[in-house]
Write a protein of this length. Structure first.
Lengths: 536, 302, 42
């Protein structure tokens, strides 16, 4: 803030000591890097857990782990991937790119930014330490439904505190992003001229502030139910276990969009760049984002179609859920139309973006199917749902993050990477992700429930195939790491405008981006924005 | 090791192709790709909705992905494509907002009709109470054709042979377990199946005693959560006698994967015989129990 | 907080940032309290 601007105006150099540079940093670029490194670590841990899951499921019969440990793995895999990998990765991208894209010198609240990040490692040490505790890690599923979750050992308390910390971290991050976007834009950067990525994060930040306190409230009530004798969710004490589910999913559904709206923003940056054509229907894209965010608050009970809601409730949530397909469809059609009559090239980021559009749409299709209540009475809690949300979160959110890193890496480091290896990484991931997740649709339809460590022999073949896909996917983080490490060491120098079709303020600063950018506000030239002419 | 037996696979693929025609099986099949249409009117309607939604998605997918492929082939820079500069077209955007709405209405309409039908539990000839426990089911026959049933109820859990094979490191082959009709029933067999009459509308009242479970037999077309402190209702009317298998579908602790459901649907007359026999047996039990507890000597206790 | 940022005046910015941040934080705390109240009141 005041002191920050004053002290750093004296020099443009990075702090020298390691601790000064990373632990005490208030620089949005360094904090963005920290978030991304943290997220990468968590991806590896979460992937190891999914490795245990898929190894046990490779063949019928229990070969490797006890059922209770299997449940610990499914629970922790989800918590680590959602709160440790996907969300921090998007926050990291926001930290790096939002100030650069709106022409701000830094985030609005740089010291709080430091705090938001440094809470996270502590939160995850708490969460992961439960694996080594007597009674084990939480095993009641990431949704933490009572009464089951309350049967766990004292690891539950650690999980709840970890979630509180993650929530505080995310809320502070969201406050920072909103304050930055609303107050720090360069003159001329009107709200409706902002890049779609910035818009997507503004809306995501509102969602975070609206729903994370709800999650915090829900887990606090779990905590008091377990340790302080309350009966919020305990039927025997006059509580209601279904109320927990309503509260949880009131958080949980917007949470799903928290993990996908920034992805929409990223794709809306990458596609116009490599189509060399303005983003089609910029305003429609922004309104669609807002519309999806609004609808996300009135569809939560579609996660609970089988809890026994009254008919009116089932129908309302079915109609509302189906409506989401409309703005989502608008986005897919607009990306497609952006490509139409463009001048396409297929560098690595573009490949990930195209795979996102196709595979996310497949996840959207199974989403529309699960919205149909009577059919959902069959799909609910089966592998069909597992396939659905992994298409949305892995080939959706994760692919967009990888695409974003490939897209902005030259800006961050000033170096290009080996495009051939980037493409090998891409094709390897696309093939194995589909081998991993597509057969799970069949398993669910044939009747295999989710979250089971063992299954009838009829499900053996597709489980075997799915496990092969998982083992293939397991190599991808290491491939990615090697490509980026090699680029950092030996990559060719990148231009300021690393991609010839790239538009937007971030490409007007040198590559690598200097430690301090836009200390004096840039001039915003409308014709250089990614979406072209916005006067209509 | 049995995995990968070529004949089994060949047979399975033949079966899988039969599936495209909507053939109904009582049990999951190797290489099964789709839902089956099940054995009740409800399950057939659910299957119809599922296929309708599926073909709608396929249709949209063909258009969208087709257009993407065309774009990727035709508008490559390497082929000399020059980018246009237009960036919006209100008419077009209106079209692809309105058309999806119409498609969704055409999906929602039949779904609503089916849903209304599914929630109507009135006019049932029989009531069964299902209570879920970690990790077994209890079935109590409440009434049949308007008359209360006298104390017929039992626990249904994974049968002991299955329970031996499924232990970690048992070294026993999951393929070694076969039901009477030759189905590989690993993890899908119980000691006491739920016996139901075919052709009779049965109402279920479903609850749980400890944590949340879900009662699911795919052939009946639905699953329903079993929640402590809450009683849910559902109904079914099974067309054909047969054995229909399912499992608990809501994570309920370490043995969640090991609490199967087996429904044995029998002709009405056979069911009535069975029910009478059960009532008689429970009356005898009851008498014995009363007699036993009235004996003052501890030697009388087993 | 205007849709068109007209000034680059650091003073005005700081006031805007503070206002935005406090409002957002207050909303978050209020929601947390409301959810607990919802639990208490059923």
């Amino acid at each position: 803030m005041a002191t920050h601007a004053a002290t750093h105006d004296h020099h443009d150099e990075k702090p020298q000591g390691f601790l000064d540079r990373w632990l005490f940093t208030t620089n949005h670029k360094d904090i963005g890097t920290l978030y991304l490194v943290f997220s990468f670590t968590m991806v590896c841990i979460g992937a190891a857990m999914s490795g245990v899951i898929r190894a046990e499921l490779m063949k019928p019969g229990l070969q490797l782990v006890q059922p209770y440990f299997f449940n610990e793995m499914t629970t922790m895999h989800a918590l680590v991937m959602i709160f440790g990998a996907i969300m921090p990765a998007f926050v990291g991208l926001a930290n790096w790119m939002v100030p650069l894209m709106i022409g701000a010198p830094d985030m609005a609240l740089p010291r709080m930014n430091n705090w938001s990040f440094w809470i996270l490692p502590f939160a995850f040490v708490l969460l992961l330490s439960t694996l080594f505790m007597p009674g084990g890690a939480p095993a009641g599923g990431w949704t933490m439904y009572p009464p089951l979750v309350l049967q766990g050992g004292n690891g539950i308390a650690f999980m709840i505190f970890a979630i509180h910390l993650m929530g505080i971290s995310s809320i502070m991050g969201a406050i920072n992003i909103i304050a930055t976007i609303l107050n720090m834009r360069a003159p001329g950067m009107d709200l409706l001229k902002m890049p779609v990525f910035v818009w997507s994060w503004l809306i995501t930040a509102f969602l975070l502030i609206a729903v994370l306190p709800v999650l915090a409230g829900a887990v606090t009530m779990l905590l008091t139910d377990k340790y302080f004798g309350t009966s919020f969710f305990n039927a025997a004490g006059g509580g209601d276990p279904v109320m927990y589910q309503h509260i949880f999913w009131f958080f949980g559904h917007p949470e799903v969009y928290i993990m996908i709206l920034p992805a929409f923003g990223i794709i809306s940056e990458i596609v116009p760049t490599f189509a060399r054509k303005p983003l089609f229907g910029y305003k429609a894209m922004v309104y669609a984002l807002a519309c999806i965010a609004f609808l996300s608050f009135i569809v939560w009970a579609h996660h609970m179609f089988t809890v026994g809601m009254p008919l009116g409730g089932e129908l309302f949530f079915m109609y509302a859920t189906m409506l989401i397909a409309v703005p989502t469809g608008v986005k897919v059609f607009n990306w497609l139309t952006t490509m139409w009559r463009g001048s396409l090239t297929f560098e690595t980021p573009m490949l990930w973006a195209i795979a996102f559009v196709i595979l996310f749409t497949i996840g959207g299709f199974s989403g529309v199917m699960t919205a149909v209540v009577p059919a959902d009475f069959q799909y609910q809690d089966t592998y069909f749902v597992v396939a659905h949300f992994h298409y949305v979160l892995v080939t959706g959110a994760l692919f967009s993050i990888i695409g974003a890193i490939y897209y902005w890496w030259p800006k961050w480091t000033g170096r290009m990477y080996n495009d051939k290896w980037g493409k090998i990484h891409f094709w390897w991931s696309v093939v194995f992700a589909n081998v991993l997740f597509f057969p799970q649709h069949f398993l669910g339809l044939a009747g295999m429930p989710r979250r089971i460590p063992d299954y009838n022999v009829a499900f053996a073949d597709f489980n075997f195939i799915s496990s092969i896909g998982a083992f293939g996917m397991f190599f991808t983080p290491f491939m990615f790491f090697f490509i980026l490490w090699h680029s950092k060491r030996h990559g060719a120098k990148a231009d300021a405008r690393a991609w010839d079709g790239a538009r937007g303020l971030e490409w007007t600063v040198p590559s690598p981006a200097p430690y301090h950018t836009f200390s004096t506000p840039p001039l915003v030239d409308d014709s250089l924005l990614a979406h072209g002419d916005v006067s209509h | 090791m049995k995995f990968g037996g070529i004949w089994r696979k060949a047979g399975a693929w033949a079966a899988a192709s039969a599936l495209a025609s909507g053939a109904a099986w009582a049990n999951p099949q190797p290489w099964q790709l789709n839902l089956t249409s099940g054995v009740t009117d409800t399950s057939r309607q659910v299957y119809g909705l599922h296929m309708l939604a599926f073909w709608v998605c396929v249709g949209i997918g063909v258009v969208v992905f087709g257009a993407m492929i065309v774009a990727m082939v035709r508008f490559r820079k390497s082929k000399g494509a020059v980018a246009e500069t237009w960036s919006h077209n209100t008419k077009l955007e209106l079209v692809w907002t309105v058309i999806p709405v119409l498609i969704l209405i055409s999906l929602a309409w039949p779904a609503t009709r089916t849903m209304i039908r599914m929630t109507d539990t009135s006019g049932a000839d029989m009531t069964v109470k299902i209570t879920a426990y970690q990790w077994k089911w209890r079935y109590d026959y409440v009434d049949y054709q308007g008359k209360p049933v006298n104390r017929v109820g039992f626990i249904s859990k994974l049968d002991s042979e299955n329970d031996r094979v499924r232990q970690l490191g048992s070294g026993l082959d999951p393929w070694s377990l076969k039901s009477a009709d030759g189905f590989d029933d690993y993890l899908l067999n119980v000691d006491h199946p739920l016996v139901l009459p075919a052709g009779v509308k049965v109402r279920f009242v479903i609850t749980a005693d400890d944590v949340i479970h879900a009662w699911w037999v795919p052939q009946l077309g639905w699953k329903q959560d079993a929640i402590p402190g809450i009683v849910n209702s559902q109904w079914t009317q099974i067309d054909e006698p047969g054995i229909y298998r399912g499992q608990c579908a809501e994570l309920c602790g370490q043995d969640h994967g090991f609490m199967p459901i087996v429904v044995k649907a029998v002709p009405k007359a056979e069911f009535e015989q069975w029910l009478t026999a059960q009532e008689a047996a429970s009356a005898v039990d009851q008498a014995a129990h009363t007699a036993q507890t009235n004996v003052p000597t501890p030697a009388g206790r087993g | 907080m205007s849709p068109t940022p007209d000034s680059y005046d650091p003073q005005a910015r700081r006031a805007g940032v503070r206002r935005t941040a406090w409002i957002a934080a207050a909303v978050a705390v209020a929601l947390f309290v409301m959810i607990i109240l919802k639990g208490v009141l059923g």
